[in-house]
Structures are given as structure tokens and as C-alpha cells.
Design a binder for this molecule. Structure first.
Ligand SMILES: Nc1ncnc2c1ncn2[C@@H]1O[C@H](COP(=O)(O)OP(=O)(O)OP(=O)(O)O)[C@@H](O)[C@H]1O
Ligand SMILES: [Mg+2]
Length: 305
């Protein structure tokens, strides 16, 4: 299902063209990277996608009732609350349900209640429905879910009662990202989410995003991070946008070990040379890095226009 479609979108500043003729489509299961040099216009395009600004030309159509979660570049979170209270606020609706469930339980436990009355039957029915909805919406697990996401971002139990206003800028950015993940919007847009993350958090975030239920649109200069998550790339370059798809290459790890003249195993060298070959066909030129690619699985991606 299509969530969002940008057609012939342009941004002009007076006579200057930042970009034009951008066509972009986001499906409900999309995993998209938006890449390009500093100043290419990535953040500008994203602000149009979320509706914060209007394109100079073209239009952006969104599915009715689409919910978008957006992490701005260098996002901050300002709040008078503690870390835990801010995260609990995401689940206000569950806490309201919990209160209602307790009220109904009290009504049912009332010794004066007439168990044969229509009123009692109505309470029972409402109680059953609420219990069912509460369970289905992870009512018994959301506190643990919060703790687990906070842990992923290095906020441990001892930090939960800390005031957000006492956190550093980097910590507040991480917390803004944690909150966005908990909100579980249809489309999650992250503008440079990795800037304040150490390697552990980065790895945790990679695996969280891999199983994210909604669509993803991510701006990042971290090619390895993107490679783990996305299967489509839009690259803004020279005022235009190029679109690449990934095909997954599954051959590498199936190659048999090869012994060289000295009898030592050269599988890893072979893997390296093959993987270089694949990566050298990457048209996603912007992100090519001079370092050797990591051989960490059998899912090498090749990008095709
Ligand atoms: N009002 C304006 N008038 C003229 N130029 C502007 C205006 N607003 C933004 N720009 C320019 O538009 C360009 C695109 O900026 P944008 O922040 O979208 O780039 P970006 O691709 O997100 O870059 P980065 O990778 O550094 O975050 C920048 O060169 C910026 O100077
Ligand atoms: Mg930007």
C-alpha cells in the first residue's frame, strides 16, 4: 500500500534551484535511504514530506490518516518530566484503559451488586472487551518495552527518574529517538539518527529498525548503517534525484574453502575480493568508502538504477 507519493517536487530559492523533478514513493513496508552531499537538500526535502514546508513546484500526496514520526537533524527534546514519565506519556491511552479496568473491577466486587441485573451484564461485557483490547495493545508489556528501548540507548533503571532538563544535548537526542521508536508510527523518518550513537547503540538500533513494523526513510552518511537496513536509495545529486534498488546477492558464503599452495585457507581473501567486485558496481557513488567492506554475512547488496 502506498503511504506517500512525491511528484515532480522542486525547491527554488529565488532563481536558484536546489533540486527539481523529484519523484519518490513510500510503501507501507519501504526501507529507504535518502543520501547526498552536505547541502544537497535532504533535510529540505524531508521537511516537505512531513508537511512542515511546501514544495516550490510539484505535489506530495499522503495516505489519509498517515502517522509520521520524525527525528529532525540534531533533534532535541525539551520537557519538565523525568525520562520515565516522558516515555510513559506515549502510552497514556493504555494507562487510561488500566484505570477503567480497575474501576470496573471495583464495581464487580461491590457486595451490593445484583449479578442478575442488565447493568451488571453490561459491566461484565465492557470489562471483557477492555481486557481484550488492553492485552492486544501490549498493556501488560509496555513498561518492559519502554525499559528495553531505554536500555538500548544506555538509559538504565537508575536514570529513569532523572529530569530531562538535566541531560546533555547528545542524551536528549538519544531520548528523542527512543520516544519516536515507542510511538510506532506508520512512517518513521530519521534525519541523521546516528550522530550521537556509540557502536553498541548503533548495532542495537540497526536490529530494532530491521524489524520495525512501519515504513522507514532514513538520511545518513553512515553507509554501513544504511546497508544493514535499507533496500532502496534515493540520491540527490546535481539538483536531481536518482533512485536505486537493492538486489541481494547470496552467493558469497556458499563458496567452498580454497586452500593455497601452503595449505592455508584462503576463503576470507576470496570473499574479500568477490565482495569488492560487487561493491565496485555500486552506482550509489556518494557513499562509497575507501575502507574495505566488512564481510559479516551472506546478504551482500548490489544496487541497480
Ligand atoms: N532560505 C534559503 N535561501 C537560500 N538557500 C537556502 C535557504 N534555506 C536553505 N538553503 C540552502 O539549501 C541547501 C540545502 O540544505 P539542507 O539542509 O536541506 O541540506 P542537507 O542535504 O540536509 O545537508 P546536510 O547533509 O549538511 O544536512 C543548503 O545549501 C542551504 O544553505
Ligand atoms: Mg540535513
Amino acid at each position: 500500500m502506498i503511504l506517500l507519493q512525491a511528484q515532480q517536487v522542486a525547491r527554488h530559492f529565488g532563481a536558484d534551484v536546489l533540486f527539481e523533478n523529484i519523484n519518490l514513493e513510500i510503501q507501507d513496508n519501504s526501507r529507504i535511504a535518502l543520501v547526498g552531499r552536505n547541502g544537497a537538500g535532504k533535510s529540505t526535502l524531508i521537511k516537505m514530506i512531513i508537511g512542515e514546508s511546501e514544495p516550490s513546484a510539484g505535489n506530495i500526496a499522503r495516505k489519509k490518516d498517515l502517522t509520521i514520526g520524525y527525528l529532525a537533524q540534531n533533534a532535541d527534546i525539551s520537557s519538565d518530566r523525568t525520562i520515565m514519565d516522558e516515555m510513559l506519556a506515549v502510552f497514556d491511552y493504555l494507562q487510561d484503559m488500566e484505570k477503567q479496568i480497575h474501576q470496573l473491577e471495583s464495581a464487580m466486587a461491590n457486595p451490593d451488586a445484583d449479578h442478575q441485573s442488565p447493568e451488571y451484564a453490561r459491566i461484565l461485557k465492557q470489562y471483557d472487551q477492555l481486557q481484550h483490547d488492553f492485552k492486544e495493545q501490549n498493556g501488560y508489556g509496555y513498561v518492559n518495552e519502554i525499559k528495553s528501548v531505554l536500555h538500548g540507548f544506555h538509559f538504565e533503571e537508575a536514570d529513569h527518574d532523572r529530569l530531562i532538563s538535566s541531560l546533555s544535548g547528545g542524551q536528549r537526542t538519544r531520548l528523542a529517538l527512543a520516544k519516536l521508536l515507542l510511538e510506532k508510527r506508520d512512517l518513521l523518518i530519521l534525519d541523521e539518527p546516528t550522530n550521537h550513537l556509540d557502536i553498541d547503540t548503533l548495532t542495537w538500533l540497526e536490529s530494532y529498525l530491521q524489524s520495525y513494523a512501519g515504513a522507514l526513510l532514513i538520511v545518513s552518511h553512515d553507509r554501513y548503517f544504511l546497508d544493514k537496513i535499507v533496500n532502496e536509495v534515493y540520491e540527490i545529486s546535481h539538483n536531481k534525484c536518482h533512485h536505486y534498488h537493492a538486489i541481494t546477492v547470496n552467493i558469497l558464503m556458499k563458496k567452498p574453502n580454497v586452500s593455497n599452495k601452503n595449505g592455508s585457507n584462503t576463503k576470507s581473501n576470496k570473499l574479500k575480493s568477490i565482495s569488492w567486485k560487487i561493491l565496485s558496481t555500486v552506482t550509489w557513488s556518494e557513499l562509497q568508502q575507501p575502507n574495505e567492506p566488512k564481510v559479516d554475512g551472506n546478504n551482500w547488496k548490489k544496487w541497480i538504477a
